[in-house]
Design a protein around this ligand. Structure first.
Ligand code: SAH
Length: 396
């Protein structure tokens, strides 16, 4: 196995627990990057030539190597995968009694570059790096051996694959993929489109926040903005909300809302508005509509660091529109899944928005990403969800 030599002092962060090695941290005089092939396994050495871990490398990317073990005897093979997936499974079993969860969450589960969502007996995987792509056959075999699933599909269509020099494709590797699968969350059932859905098909990361919402909704009128299949809205309806309006720009998503409302026998309470959320909220304001609870759970407005300014602005604008639709004494639930949008910045944007529309807000609770999205304490990027619960009042 080849070695990858770090520059002086660059081992410090790695020794403290981080798993990523950036290309500018490598001593390229001793180990030139052109000597490596994308996805190759290497021994990582500190500047004094001491081995500190094993990683896979991609000489073309900014995150140049990802450590998968500190024990340099660890082989990047099926046995390794099996052990890590079993560990990941144990954490899920500890937290959930039904097989609906993110089974593998990348670095946080010691499997950099791999995400697997489980929908009962159907598994949807995403491989994001050249190193992990090399283990694809072993991933398939391990999932087969551990779960004997009805289907395993690779939704390897993320844009991040391009940076890794990988093709984007979708492939059914085990069984045949049903068009839809059935899951349960917080007492509601959902039909999830695993073939044409967003990302892997369902956003498990907000499960705890949606459960918190359920405790607040009895007899309330609820607006679920960027609803997708109605994760928040339908769970609110099931928990006793009197009326739910879901807004999304995707007709496919709103078809899903209708189907899922019927599936949970709440179709009488749930309606949808198709369109750009900013325009739809403006229209509701013109109609002088009011809601007891408004949920804002948008797609990531800040995908890359350089979008912080425009993204921050978008969070402020959408929350401002939402605040205008909340009854005095009502609730705004404001979420962000952008890692680069800090919790403090989101809080600040809601505060700015509230001043602009002359409301006062009280932050009374905050929710976290669900336990099937564990946080790696050394890798800040693994903590990305923030959900803020505000009461909205007349100006004080
Ligand atoms: N709240 C959802 C997840 C949101 S995913 C849940 O809990 O499952 C983002 C959703 O926003 C997608 O369904 C997408 O179709 C929708 N979307 C993206 N941009 C939009 C826009 N400008 N206006 C309305 N919907 C939008």
């Amino acid at each position: 196995m080849k070695s990858l030599r770090l520059k002086k002092n660059e081992e410090r962060r790695i020794k403290q627990g981080h798993l990523w090695i950036f290309s500018n941290e490598i001593d390229t005089k001793i180990t030139p990057l052109q000597g490596f092939e994308a996805g190759e396994v290497v021994i990582v050495e500190s500047a004094n030539a001491k081995a500190i871990g094993v990683a896979y490398i991609n000489p073309q990317t900014l995150i140049c190597a990802r450590i998968f073990s500190r024990n340099i005897k660890t082989k990047f093979n099926q046995m390794f995968l099996k052990k890590r997936i079993q560990l990941a499974l144990e954490l899920r079993k500890l937290n959930f009694n039904k097989p609906f969860y993110r089974l593998v969450f990348g670095d946080s589960d010691g499997l950099p570059g791999l995400v697997i969502d489980r929908f009962g007996e159907v598994f949807v995987a995403q491989i994001n790096t050249a190193g992990m792509e090399k283990l694809k056959a072993e991933i398939t075999q391990t999932i087969e051996n551990l779960f004997h699933p009805q289907a395993l599909v690779y939704r390897n269509d993320t844009t991040s694959r391009e940076l890794e020099g990988l093709q984007q494709y979708e492939e059914v590797a085990i069984g045949s993929l049903p068009e839809e699968v059935l899951i349960e969350e917080n007492g509601a059932k959902f039909i999830v489109p695993v073939q044409n859905g967003q990302k892997t098909g369902w956003f498990y990361d907000h499960r705890l926040a949606r459960a918190r919402l359920q405790s607040l909704v009895k007899n309330k009128r609820v607006l679920d903005v960027f609803s997708y299949l109605g994760g928040w809205g339908i769970e609110a309806a099931v928990a006793g909300a009197s009326e739910v309006v879901c807004v999304d720009s995707s007709a496919l998503a709103l078809d899903g809302v209708d189907k899922n409302a019927a599936l949970n026998s709440v179709e009488d309470k749930v309606t949808t508005i198709e369109g750009n959320a900013f325009d739809a909220l403006k229209m509701l304001i013109v109609e002088v509509q009011k809601f007891d609870i408004v949920i804002i759970d948008p797609p990531a407005f800040v995908k890359r660091k350089k979008d912080i300014k425009s993204g921050t602005d978008a969070y402020r604008r959408i929350n401002e529109l939402a605040l205008r639709l909340v009854e005095y004494g009502g609730i705004l639930v404001s979420a962000s899944c952008s890692y680069h949008m800090s919790r403090d910045n989101l809080l600040n944007q809601v505060q700015l928005a509230s001043r602009h529309v002359d409301r006062s807000v009280q932050l009374f609770d905050q929710a976290h990403q669900a336990p099937d999205h564990p946080i790696h304490p050394a890798i800040a990027e693994t903590e990305y969800i923030k959900t803020l619960f505000f009461r909205v009042n007349k100006p004080w």
